[in-house]
Design a protein around this ligand. Structure first.
Ligand code: B4P
Length: 190
């Protein structure tokens, strides 16, 4: 399986680039942000828990996320590969993903890190907030999400560097130009 982790701070373009990657490489898509938002709009118990964290700009607890991913991976057995979008966001989640994939004799093929400066992230997310209707796209929550990224999520970079599957990509510029760099990184992992 070709398993791609698309990684980066909030607003770095993970969701945007995932759409292109899925189309070109014919991969299944797991976006924890999308899964959580679906739970919220379905008013499920998981959604109620998730909303309380997302609205504050905090990460949803690892056990909730890992359980959700476990169910989803089971449903994708037989896929050509998977793009993991917005997951893992902690080292504990990265370790859990290794174990879940190992159960299917598989592993992460490449981790693509979209590097974008903080000022650009804030600008993009404020702009998205004008139309997204997302409760977490406001200045206070955006600042909190970026600081949570720096303290809890960025250590995941070293985890994948140690596994020798890490690729840094400049995430500023045209969506198409960034996608070309990502494609080269994914081709190299095939
Ligand atoms: P996510 O839904 O994963 O979203 P994100 O980090 O906000 O955005 P992304 O990087 O996908 O940006 P996008 O392409 O949309 O997470 C939301 C929340 O859910 C988290 O804060 C957390 O609370 C929770 N959560 C999710 N996963 C979790 C996990 N594993 N563990 C715990 N909690 C979890 O791009 C942003 C904007 O930039 C868009 O408007 C886009 O059009 C624009 N853009 C993209 N590329 C651009 C470019 N090259 N130039 C200019 N603008 C660009």
């Amino acid at each position: 399986m070709l398993n791609v982790v698309i990684f980066g701070p909030p607003g770095s373009g993970k969701g945007t680039q995932s759409e292109n990657i899925i189309e070109k490489f014919n991969l299944a898509h797991i976006s924890t942000g999308d899964l959580l938002r679906a739970e919220i709009s379905g008013h499920t118990q998981l959604g109620t828990i998730a909303k309380s964290f997302i609205d504050k700009g905090e990460l949803v607890p690892d056990e909730t996320i890992i359980g959700m991913i476990d169910n989803k991976i089971e449903s994708l057995v037989g896929a050509k590969g998977v793009i993991f979008d917005g997951f893992p966001r902690t080292v504990a989640q990265a370790e859990a993903l290794e174990e879940l994939l190992a159960e299917h004799n598989s592993k992460v093929s490449v981790m693509v890190n979209l590097e974008v400066p903080k000022e650009e992230l804030v600008e993009r997310l404020l702009k998205r907030g004008e139309t997204s209707g997302r409760s977490d796209d406001n200045l206070e929550t955006i600042e909190k999400r970026i600081s949570v990224y720096e303290s809890q999520t960025s250590p995941v970079i070293d985890f994948y560097k140690a596994k020798k599957v890490y690729k840094a990509i400049q995430g500023v510029g045209s969506v198409d130009g960034i996608f070309e760099s990502i494609s080269v990184a994914i081709e190299g992992a095939k």
